[in-house]
Design a protein around this ligand. Sequence first.
Ligand SMILES: *Cc1c(COP(=O)(O)O)cnc(C)c1O
Length: 359
Amino acid sequence: MRIFNFSAGPAVLPTPVLETARDELLDWHGRGMSIMEMSHRGKDFTGVIETAEADLRTLMGIPSNYKVLFLQGGATQQFAQIPMNLLDGRSADYVVTGSWSKKAFKEAQRVGRARLAASTEAGNFTGLPGAGELDFDPQAAYVHICTNETIHGVEMFDLPDVPDGVPLVADMSSHILSRPMDVSKYGLIYAGAQKNIGPAGLVIVIVREDLLGKAAATTPTVMDFAVMAEHGSMLNTPPTFGVYLAGLVFKHLLALGGLAAVERANIAKAQLLYDAIGASGGFYRNPVEASCRSRMNVPFTLADGARDAAFLAEAAQRRLEGLKGHKSVGGMRASIYNAMSLDGVQALVGLMQDFARQA
Ligand SMILES: *Cc1c(COP(=O)(O)O)cnc(C)c1O
C-alpha cells in the first residue's frame, strides 16, 4: 500500500503514471526492451522526447518563439548555467525571497556580476518585497526570481514590475505545472523535475529564442543553451528515462483537464490545510503572509516544539511521511504537489486535529 508522501522532493508522482511505467518497464510498446535500454537517437525515443515537448507546450501554452530544453544537473546547475548563458558581460539582478533564490544569487556571483535587487531575509523570508523595495538596474541582463520558495513556503502570485526590456528569469522548480502561467511574461523558466514533473536527473528550461547565442566563450559546450537547442537537447545522451516519465506526467495532466483543472484541485487542497492551521487557535502556525502562502509547500510549526517528534511519530503510524520541516526552518512542512491527493491532505488535517485534541 502506498503512503501519503509529503516529501519536498524527490516527491510523490501520480500513481497512474507509475503504473504505466511499471507496465512498460520490460517491454516498451512491444519493442522487447525498456525505454532505458534504447538508443536516444532511434525513432522510438525521438518520438518520446518530441511528444513530451509537444504536450508540455500544450499544457503551458508555450509560444513558438520559445525553446524547450531537457537538460541535466538539476536546478542547482542552472544557478550557474543561466548567468553563463545570459549575462553577456553585463550584470544581473536577483530578488532574494528564500533559500533557493539566495543560492542562485550566490552562484551567479561566482560566474559574473550579480546585484541584489531586494531581499526579504531580514523578515526571515516570510513575505515578498513590496514594489517600493525593489531596486532594479535598467541595464540588467535579466532579473532572477524564484516564484515558489520550497523551503520557506512563499509563492509569487504577481510578478515584480521589471524595467522595460529586462527579461524575467524564474526558478519554478517546486510549482511548475501547478497552475496556468503566462510563459510570455518570462525570458526563461527553469525547473528541476523531482517536484512536479518526474524523477530527479532532469531539468527543464524554457527560453525565449532571442536570449540564445550570448553564452560566454568559456561556457562548456554541453552547458550552452544555444547548442543544446540546436541539437534538440541531444548534443549528448539526455536523461532518457526522466524525459519518458515526464512525458507520461504531461499526458496525465492533460487528461485531467490541463492546468486550470490542476489549479482548482491545488487551491482546494491548500485551502483545506491553511484553514486547519488557522482554525487551530495557535496550536499550529504558518509564518508566511497570507497573500504569498505557497499552494505547494506548507511549512508549519507546533506551538510546543517539544511535541514535534510525537507529531511525526503519530503521522508515521497513519502512513503520512515526509513531514519533517527543513532544518533551516524547523517544525513541519507538508509538500502538497500536484500528485498529492485531496485524500492525503484530508488525512493530514485529520491527524492535525486529533493530535491537537489529545494535547
Ligand atoms: C529543489 C529546488 C532546487 C534544487 O534542485 P536540484 O535539482 O536539487 O538542484 C532549486 N530551486 C528550487 C525552487 C527547488 O525547489
